[in-house]
Write a protein that binds this ligand. Sequence first.
Ligand code: PEP
Ligand code: MN
Length: 361
Amino acid sequence: MEQTIQQKSAIDLWSSKRPLIISGPCSAETEEQVVQTAVRLANTGKVDMLRAGIWKPRTRPGSFEGIGTKGLPWLQQAKKITGLPLTVEVATGKQVEDALHFDVDVLWIGARTTVNPFSVQEVADALRGAGVPVLIKNPINPDLELWTGAVERVAKAGINNIGLIHRGFSSYGNTEYRNAPMWHLAIEMKRRNPDLIMINDPSHICGRRDILLDVAQKAIDLDFDGLMIESHIDPDKAWSDAKQQITPEKLADMLGTIIWRKEDINSEAFHAALEKLRQQINHLDDELLQLLGQRMKIADKIGEFKRNNGITILQTNRWNEILERAFRKGEALGLSNEFITKYFDAVHMESINHQNKVMNS
Ligand code: PEP
Ligand code: MN
């Protein structure tokens, strides 16, 4: 006997379910794979929407480029059985029409499409009057203006529910991640668009399973609204992105391991304690600025001294000595080499500018 499953409303989940968890295979491969993945994800009780790539934008030709429109009825079937709303990537006007025809609830624009204003405009034109929520992945290159442009084109087409997906940025010779997260860019995009939901996609950032949890935890700590994570019933045999997919049960374990923090709580004692710590930070920041001002005054003096003796501003040995000293001291203080390098680069540049002014005055 067929059970009637309560279909969940995508709009309700979109507006009020936090964290919003989206999962499903990188690509729809066969009807059985789609339906089984959906059933096992639904059984975890931890997933809100089902994702699957129908048209796959692959870096190199000859890889699996997606099952195409014939996979859409499989998704409909999965939705009927599990009640999970569907989300699919669209990159052309025809794909938008097909997805809507098969009742896909939420559409997403992929990273390779966001980079191309022609494609985004074509998708936006096809979306006019559709009323579906649309998620927009960051462009593959670290360019917030392109991401913003895509949001504007979709908004101009009358789409009111727009969300962002942070999936990392491509960078040459990058080793740890498939796509470097560059968290500061996602944070800045969130700051500029406080009304848009922001979802993190650890799968495409990591490109491998073993660091998914770290990235997901970090996104939750940064108050993202949800996660999109790829899941496959037999990850090693997946037709695309095999290395980064996990089984529905592994996904459930992972979601169970994440520490879910709240952005705010209503306790006076908590706010008072936080305020006190923030005052301490402000106080220390003031002192650091005072000290930096003093440091630059000394740089001015050195500038004068060098000018009077006719020697160059930059002396490489001295710079190496400063950095090595700082690495050693920083390590004992729990400061990473990466931070020390960035901090001293900035301080050094400011010092050079000061000396330059003095020497050429
Ligand atoms: C995907 O989600 O499977 C995908 C192709 O992602 P991206 O656009 O982030 O590369
Ligand atoms: Mn993928």
